[in-house]
Design a protein around this ligand. Sequence first.
Ligand code: ZN
Length: 486
Amino acid sequence: MRWSNPPASVAPASHWRSRGRLVPAVGAILAFTAVLLVSGAPEEKHISIFSTAANYSLPVLERNGDEYVGLLELFEPLGAVNAKTAGPHWKFRYYDVESEFTAGKTRARIRGSDFDLPSNFVLENRRGLVPLSCLGTLLPRILGGPVTFNQNSRRLFIGNVAVHFTAQVSKTTPPKLVINFTAPVNPMIATEPGRLRMVFTHEAVVAPGSSVLTFDSTIIPSASFQENNGAAELVVAGTLPLIATFSHDGRSITVEPPAQAATPTQPPQQTAAGPAPASPTSVTTTPAATRRYFAVIDPSHGGDERGASLTSQLAEKDITLAFARRLRQELEASGLATLLLRDGDSTLSLDQRASLTNSAHPAIYICVHAASQGNGVRFYTALVPAGTENRGPFLGWDAAQSSYQSASRAAAMSLAKELPGKQIPARSLIAPLRPLNSITSAALALEVAPASDDVSQLNSPAYQQLIAGAIAAGLADLRGQLEAER
Ligand SMILES: [Zn+2]
């Protein structure tokens, strides 16, 4: 890769793309709150449908003082449907099941038998609307199988699709709340003072035996489950800040105080590649929350997302972790408390990385990438998209970085000056990189490339140590400035 490339095209796509369809974590909740607070507009009503074919949400409409939903829209994701309008009559077909409804009437025919709606059928522009309250009886007639409809929360379960969970707090110090689900989940996660909220919109997560779970822990005393407007919410109460991490392909969520606060700095690994096994037993008695992090280091990629294949043997995710651990060790040696977002081979989405970072309130966030092309180290800071900077008192998730851009750029430029003294080329660039845009502190990405044409240098402890040492020294020099900006 050449230095003359325009910044936006420098970053290899594999580094920055989001994995699959991920729901924005805190962002969606912040944006949603902003709408409510700024305009005072009522919340839009939704119904969520969970089935083996698809999980989806539809808008709920108010007609004649009742709640309605479009019947064709409801059935479309479930199979072959069509509808025909003839005057006031609306003929609806789902596979070979025929139904007929009449505008302004409650009486309908389904499979040749009468069926009475609780209020009138509504026909609007050839679109048939049925009252929400009949879904629990109407759908089994058409589908020929059972459904469970929770009308208060507007959650409709077709067939045996419920996702159950168990929750247990460990006796370790600090404690961990481990929540195991019967199917993968990907909730929106928001951290707030005293609690961590998980909102399940696309998952059929159902209530545990009791809606309030209590635990034998002063740090994580309880969790509560509620359902509303098509979504389920699990709120974990905590007397310390809590973060959530995913494992087992999304079947487990662990909620705990940021664990690295209580673990001693690990010695440098003998070989750079290959993540060290997690060491959950090596906890000390340092209370997690008393530590305020100077830096959050984010080893990019991880788990089933390998990042770039640097060589046939070397995955980027392993180099970023090895390098991040060295950088943490160097920073901690200078007395700078440092949180690693992953200290093992785990999968984290970009939104999770941003929300974990923002809940830790560091002075600086550094995400680490590695590349086989180019020479030395490239520092990137965010290019916040134009027109998204400010929406009243609430910042958009994609523009959260905008107030910290100048601090981020100053830090990147200053760090880029440290390295040439060590015979390592360095350069500072601006690019629209996620999750930098969503970080509410000084934030930069660094991409480590070999100093020569020898890619295996990336895996060399000496090379990693040289760069980590120089960057840590640069950050220690910037400490006063960064602490003042946060
Ligand atoms: Zn990468």
